[in-house]
Design a protein around this ligand. Structure first.
Ligand code: AHR
Length: 330
């Protein structure tokens, strides 16, 4: 199967999902007569610092580009996103963009958008569909590569990561939302890379749903059942920060007694990294707004766009975090 594959309001409001026309009586898929583009954006939720920064980037960029943004927060539920997309179709927006909560189950609603001649742009996360004609392009990170970078750091730092000194590196994994592209891909990339070192073993893996509370609760239960944990690999900073709280509450030192690797590089994560509580962060940029608005303008102008647009990202050690923090945007 082909691998393809975000409110100011606290809930999907009736207004946001109302069936009333908004902004345009023109045919779907092109800007209004005065040139104003209306974009319907269905956001995952507000689960993490990354997501908050991503939402701000999209809202600020739409305003700067003069794009009329209809924004909904799906509160982490696929059914809410599907409902929001259907509402955008009925409102005849010019373009729909969304970051899918999970990878599968999108074909029907995307076919409805296609039938209504409304172009769709995937941002941040991909959908798992055979039919790539259902969307114009996918803008976002390569989550497999992010997992590989996390795994490579562990392979390169294996000797220092055997905290218990028993010749084995016991890793516990805090997974993102079950079925979400970044959770699937970051686990895959990490497993692929760490398989080079037989001393590294993922001894427990459970979802923390990309939230700080989720990471804390899962880490508390891991700590209660296992006193040989050497490393935490968290699929995002927030879960890693929750794990830090659990580790400290257990009387241990995060970053020393238990090594921590995370993904995102949001400000709170970078502060913990600079303090040595996290050992390594793989960056995942949430600043997708400017590129997304540019792509929407191009698609609606009938220009060809690349089917896959990758985000440029780096990695951070504690020293690099100290350098980067004063100018960190999010
Ligand atoms: O899809 C991107 C991921 O979603 C981020 O890494 C995570 O923090 C967010 O919730």
């Amino acid at each position: 199967m082909l691998k393809k594959t975000l409110i100011a309001a606290s809930a999907i409001s009736l207004t946001a999902l109302s069936l009333s026309a908004c902004g345009s009586d023109d045919a779907a898929g092109s800007a209004t007569d005065d040139g104003t583009i209306t974009m319907g954006f269905a956001q995952v939720g507000a689960e993490s610092g990354w997501r908050t920064a991503n939402t701000k980037s999209i809202q600020d960029s739409a305003e700067a580009a003069g794009i009329d943004l209809k924004f909904t927060d799906a509160q982490g539920k696929q059914e809410n996103q599907i409902q929001a997309i259907r509402s955008y179709i009925q409102q005849k927006v010019d373009v729909i963009a969304f970051s899918p909560v999970v990878e599968t189950g999108w074909d029907a609603v995307l076919q409805e958008a296609k039938a209504a001649d409304i172009p769709v742009i995937l941002t941040d996360r991909a959908v798992d569909s055979e039919d790539t004609s259902l969307y114009k392009t996918f803008l976002g990170s390569d989550f497999v590569v992010e997992g590989e970078k996390a795994g490579q750091w562990l392979v390169d730092n294996a000797a220092d990561s055997d905290v218990n000194g028993d010749g084995k590196i016991n890793v516990v994994q805090l997974e993102g939302t079950t079925g979400a592209a970044p959770a699937i891909d970051r686990a895959e990339g990490f497993a692929d890379t760490t398989s080079a070192d037989p001393s590294i073993e993922v001894t427990a893996s459970q979802t923390g749903d990309f939230t700080r509370d989720g990471g804390k609760q899962v880490m508390e239960s891991f700590l209660q059942s296992d006193d040989t944990i050497d490393v935490v690999y968290a699929h995002n900073d927030d879960m890693g920060l929750g794990a830090i709280e659990a580790i400290e509450a257990a009387g241990l030192k995060p970053g020393k007694d238990i090594k921590i690797i995370t993904v995102d590089a949001v400000k709170d994560g970078m502060i913990a990294l600079s303090e040595g509580k996290i050992n390594y962060i793989v960056e995942c940029s949430p600043l997708l707004g400017p590129q997304l608005m540019d792509l929407a303008e191009k698609v609606l102008a009938g220009e060809e766009v690349e089917p896959r647009i990758l985000t440029e990202e780096t990695t951070f050690t504690p020293e690099q975090a100290k350098e980067a923090l004063p100018t960190r945007e999010y």
